[in-house]
Design a protein around this ligand. Structure first.
Ligand code: AP5
Ligand code: MG
Length: 215
C-alpha cells in the first residue's frame, strides 16, 4: 500500500506516519526529515536546502523528487510507503506518479488531514523531539511521562527545529495554501482522496486513518 498524508505544517503528518510505521509493514518517506538529515550531514543537497528551509520556503522539485526516488529503491519500502510532506507541488505530484509507475507501484489513498490553521501555530511552536531517538513531544499536548526524560530511550537531550517559530510557520502555511492545496483536485479526480478530522485527538485521528486503510 502507498499513501500520501497531506496537510499544512503541524497537521500531524509525522505523528500519524510514525504510528502507521509502528503498526504496519510500511516506511515513512518524509522529505522534511531527509532534508534535515542532509543539512546535518552538510551534503551538497543540505547546503542548498538549509536557508530555504529556515525561511519556510520550498526546496526545488528536482531535489526532493530525487530523494524520494532513491528511497523507493531501498528494499524496506517494498511493503508500502507513507509519503509525508511530499508531493507539495503539481510538478512533484507528476514526478511521484512517474516514480511509482516506473516501479510498478501505484497510489492507494491520499489522506487529507483537515485542520484549523489558527490552532496549528501552537502545535508547531510547542513541538520538540528527543535528540537521540527522535520521539516527538509537545509542550502541552504530549509531555514525557517523567519530566525531561524521553519515554522511549531515556535520553535527557531534546531539540527543536529552527523553522518552528511563529513567523516561519506563517510562511510555510502560505506555501501550503499557494502550492500544495491545489494538488488535491488532481487526486480527487482519481477518486483517491479521503478526509480525516485532524483536530481530533491523536488516537482518534489514527483510528480514522486505520479505518480508511482497512476499508
Ligand atoms: P516538513 O518537515 O515536511 O514540515 P511541514 O510540512 O511544515 O510539517 P511539520 O513537520 O511541521 O508538521 P506535521 O504535519 O508533520 O506535524 P507533526 O505530526 O509533527 O518540511 C519542512 C521544510 O522542508 C519545508 O518548509 C520545506 O522547506 C522543506 N521541504 C520538505 N518537503 C518538501 C517538498 N516535498 N518540497 C519542497 N520542500 C520541502 O505535529 C505537530 C505537533 O503537533 C507535534 O508536537 C505533535 O505532537 C502535535 N500533534 C500532532 N497531532 C496532534 C493532534 N491530533 N492533537 C494535538 N496535537 C497534535
Ligand atoms: Mg513532519
Amino acid at each position: 500500500m502507498n499513501i500520501i498524508l497531506l496537510g499544512p505544517p503541524g497537521a500531524g503528518k509525522g505523528t500519524q506516519a510514525a504510528r502507521l510505521v509502528a503498526e504496519r509493514q510500511m516506511v515513512q518517506l518524509s522529505t522534511g526529515d531527509m532534508l534535515r538529515a542532509a543539512v546535518k550531514a552538510g551534503t551538497p543537497v543540505g547546503l542548498q536546502a538549509k536557508a530555504v528551509m529556515e525561511a519556510g520556503e520550498l526546496v526545488s522539485d528536482a531535489i526532493v523528487s530525487a530523494l524520494i526516488g532513491e528511497r523507493l529503491d531501498q528494499a524496506d519500502s517494498a511493503g508500502g510507503a507513507i509519503f509525508d510532506g511530499y508531493p507539495r507541488t503539481e510538478a512533484q505530484a507528476h514526478a511521484l506518479d512517474l516514480l511509482l509507475s516506473e516501479r510498478a507501484r501505484a497510489l492507494d489513498f491520499v489522506v487529507e488531514l483537515q485542520v484549523d490553521e489558527a490552532a496549528l501555530i501552537e502545535r508547531v511552536v510547542g513541538r520538540y523531539t528527543c535528540a537521540k531517538c527522535g520521539e516527538g513531544y509537545h509542550d502541552r499536548f504530549k509531555l514525557p511521562m517523567v519530566a525531561g526524560v524521553c519515554d522511549v530511550c531515556g535520553s535527557t537531550e531534546f531539540k527543536r527545529r529552527p523553522d518552528d517559530n511563529a513567523e516561519t510557520v506563517r510562511t510555510r502555511m502560505a506555501e501550503y495554501r499557494a502550492k500544495t492545496a491545489p494538488i488535491l483536485p488532481l487526486y480527487e479526480a482519481r477518486g483517491l482522496v479521503r478526509r480525516v478530522d485532524g483536530m481530533a485527538d491523536m488516537d482518534a485521528v489514527g483510528a480514522a486513518i486505520s479505518g480508511i486503510l482497512e476499508a
